[in-house]
Design a protein around this ligand. Structure first.
Ligand SMILES: Nc1nc2c(c(=O)[nH]1)N[C@H]1C(S)=C(S)[C@@H](COP(=O)(O)O)O[C@H]1N2
Ligand SMILES: [Mo]
Length: 521
C-alpha cells in the first residue's frame, strides 16, 4: 500500500480503511471510468434516438436557467459566448467527480453508491422532462446511463476476493481498457450522428423556406379511376419509393450547389441553383421506376416534376461530334451513364428542382436531380447531381454497369394488378379488377385481362396527360365461386404487347405477365 493511496482517501467522505487488496485509487478510477462510459452511452443513445437534446445538454440548459441572474452575468462577462460550452463542461466534470465518489462508495458503502446513481438519474430525467422537447427518449438515455455506471462498477470489481494482487491489477487494467475504448467509440459515434442530425435539420429549414416558382398540382381529370383499394394515380412524396446507395442522404445546401458541365463540349459551363431558377421551370408529369422492380413490385412512382429541360443546357454547351453519353456524378460519388440521344430527342428530360410542387425532398435528390422519361433510374435519375461529363460509353463504366447491369436501360412495357390483392378471398358477384401499366415515353395503348387462361378481355383505361406516365386500368368481372387466377398484359402505342417471357431484374429489368390468385365465395 503506497502513501498516495492513503493520501487520496478523503476521510470526510467516511471511507472505512482499505481491505481485501482493493485500493482507494482503483475505486476512484473505476468510478471515473463508469461515469465516462455512462456519458458516452447516453450521448450515443440520444443520437440513435434522434433526440433534440441529450440528457447532458438538458442538464446544462437547466443549470443555465437556474443560475441566478447576477451570477450568470458575471460569468458571461468573463467567458462571453463560451457560457454554453462552459455549462456543458461543468456538467461533464461534475458527473465525473460524482462518478469518482460513487466508485469509492461502491467499495465501502454500496448502498450510498446506488442512492447517488439513482439520485443523478432522477435529476437528469427531471432536467430532460423540463425542456420544451424533452420526453421519454431522454429519460431512457438517463436511465441507461445509470445502468452503465452500475454495470461498469460491477465489472471492474468482480472476483476481486479470489485473485492475487497482481492478477487483480491485470484484470482491472484490461477491463478498464476495454471499457474506455468502447466508451470512446460509442461516444464519438454519437457525436457524429448527432451533428449530422443537426445539419440535416438545418437543411430541412433551408428547404422549407425556399419559394420556388411552382404550379398548382391538380391530377388530370379521368386519370384516377378511384377503384376501392387501388393507390392514387399521383404518388405522394411521402409514398414515393426510394432507391440509392447512400446510407444517409448527402446534405447539399442550394446556396453551395453547382453543376459543372465539361468533357466533349464546345464550352464548359457551371450552373448555380439560381441560374436554374432564372431559366424558368417547366412542369411535367413523369413516372419513374427502378430496374430492380420485380413484376408486380412497387419500385415505381408518378409525380409532377418542376425543372429545366436538359436539352436546352446541352444545346448551349454544344456537344462535340462522337459523344454519345452523359456521365453524371452525384455529391456522394455515385455515377450514371445516360444516352445523349434520350436527352436530346425532344422528350421531357429535366434537371428537376421540385417534386409534386415542393422543393425535392432531401432523400429524393435535393437540391437538384435528373428525371428522364423512358429510362430506368439507374441510367438516368441521378439525385444530388453535381457533375456532368459529356463523353462516350466506350470510355467509362458507371456505378451499376460495373456491377453487371445493362449499359443502357430503356424501360420495358409492364403492367401490375393492384386489386384484388394476391391471395384475397372475395364475394361472388361483380367485382373490379384494377391496376396500372406503363411504357414511359412510348405510352400505353391498351391493357387486357384474362381469368383462368380464358379469353383476353380489354380493360378500361384512365386518361393520361402524356406518354410519360403510368395509366390506371380497370375491368369489371362477374366472379363465380371457386379458385381463380388472373393475369394482365399491356400493349404500347407501337402495338407491341408486353412479353410473357419471365425474366428477373438482372441485367436490364424484369418481364412477364403479372398474375394473382383469388378465392371467390
Ligand atoms: N446519387 C444517386 N442517385 C440515384 C441513385 C443512387 O444510388 N445515388 N439511384 C438511382 C436509382 S437506381 C433509382 S431507381 C432512382 C430512384 O429515385 P428515387 O429514390 O427518388 O425514387 O434514383 C437514381 N438516382
Ligand atoms: Mo433503380
Amino acid at each position: 500500500m503506497s502513501q498516495v493511496d492513503h493520501a487520496v482517501r478523503p476521510a470526510v467522505l467516511g471511507f472505512a480503511r482499505d481491505h481485501e487488496g482493493v485500493t482507494s485509487r482503483r475505486s476512484i478510477l473505476s468510478g471515473l471510468l463508469a461515469a465516462a462510459a455512462a456519458i458516452a452511452a447516453s450521448e450515443g443513445l440520444s443520437a440513435l434516438l434522434n433526440l433534440r437534446e441529450s440528457p447532458i445538454l438538458a442538464v446544462g440548459q437547466s443549470v443555465i436557467k437556474l443560475t441566478p441572474g447576477p451570477i450568470a452575468e458575471a460569468i458571461i462577462g468573463v467567458v462571453g459566448h463560451a457560457d454554453k460550452p462552459l455549462a456543458v463542461t461543468s456538467v461533464v466534470v461534475a458527473i465525473l467527480l460524482l462518478g469518482a465518489l460513487a466508485g469509492a462508495w461502491w467499495t465501502w458503502h454500496r448502498l450510498r453508491a446506488y442512492a447517488l446513481v439513482v439520485g443523478l438519474v432522477a435529476l437528469a430525467s427531471a432536467a430532460v422532462l423540463g425542456r420544451p422537447h424533452g420526453g421519454g427518449g431522454g429519460v431512457l438515455a438517463s436511465v441507461a446511463a445509470g445502468a452503465v455506471v452500475v454495470g461498469v462498477l460491477h465489472l471492474l470489481h468482480r472476483d476481486e476476493a479470489h485473485l492475487t494482487v497482481d492478477e487483480s491489477r491485470r484484470t482491472f487494467l484490461r477491463t478498464s481498457a476495454v471499457i474506455a475504448v468502447a466508451a470512446i467509440i460509442v461516444g464519438s459515434a454519437g457525436e457524429v450522428l448527432a451533428s449530422r442530425h443537426r445539419r440535416r435539420q438545418a437543411l430541412e429549414r433551408v428547404r422549407s423556406a425556399l419559394t420556388l416558382p411552382s404550379r398548382r398540382v391538380a391530377v388530370p381529370t379521368g386519370a384516377d379511376l378511384a377503384v376501392d383499394g387501388q393507390g392514387s394515380w399521383l404518388t405522394s412524396n411521402r409514398d414515393f419509393y426510394r432507391i440509392d446507395t447512400a446510407l444517409s442522404p448527402p446534405l447539399v445546401d442550394p446556396e453551395d450547389w453547382t453543376l459543372r458541365i465539361h468533357g466533349m463540349v464546345d464550352k464548359e459551363l457551371t450552373l448555380t441553383y439560381q441560374d436554374l431558377i432564372d431559366r424558368g421551370l417547366e412542369h411535367e408529369w413523369i413516372t419513374i421506376c427502378c430496374v430492380s422492380n420485380p413484376v408486380g413490385g412497387d419500385l415505381i412512382g408518378n409525380t409532377i416534376w418542376g425543372g429545366v429541360p436538359i436539352k436546352g443546357i446541352l444545346d448551349e454547351v454544344g456537344i462535340r461530334p462522337g459523344a454519345d453519353a452523359l456521365l453524371s456524378t452525384s455529391d456522394d460519388g455515385w455515377t450514371c451513364g445516360t444516352p445523349l440521344a434520350a436527352l436530346t430527342d425532344g422528350r421531357n428530360a429535366l434537371l428537376a428542382l421540385t417534386m409534386n410542387g415542393e422543393p425535392l425532398p432531401i432523400a429524393h435528390g435535393f437540391p437538384v436531380r435528373q428525371v428522364v422519361p423512358g429510362l430506368y433510374g439507374y441510367v438516368s435519375a441521378t439525385k444530388w447531381v453535381v457533375d456532368w461529363e459529356v463523353t462516350r460509353f466506350a470510355d467509362f463504366e458507371a456505378y451499376w454497369t460495373q456491377r453487371g447491369w445493362g449499359e443502357q436501360g430503356p424501360v420495358k412495357t409492364e403492367s401490375r394488378i393492384d386489386v384484388p390483392g394476391n391471395g384475397d378471398t372475395i364475394d361472388a358477384g361483380t367485382t373490379a379488377i384494377a391496376g396500372v401499366a406503363w411504357a414511359q415515353h412510348v405510352g400505353i395503348d391498351g391493357v387486357e385481362v384474362r381469368i383462368d387462361d380464358g379469353e383476353w378481355q380489354r380493360a378500361t383505361l384512365g386518361t393520361v396527360p402524356n406518354v410519360d406516365t403510368w395509366v390506371q386500368w380497370r375491368l369489371d368481372w362477374t366472379a363465380t365461386p371457386g379458385d381463380h387466377s388472373i393475369e394482365a398484359r399491356a400493349t404500347n402505342t407501337k402495338g407491341e404487347p408486353q412479353t410473357d417471357e419471365r425474366a428477373g431484374v438482372l441485367p436490364d429489368g424484369a418481364t412477364g405477365y403479372p398474375g394473382i390468385n383469388v378465392k371467390v365465395t
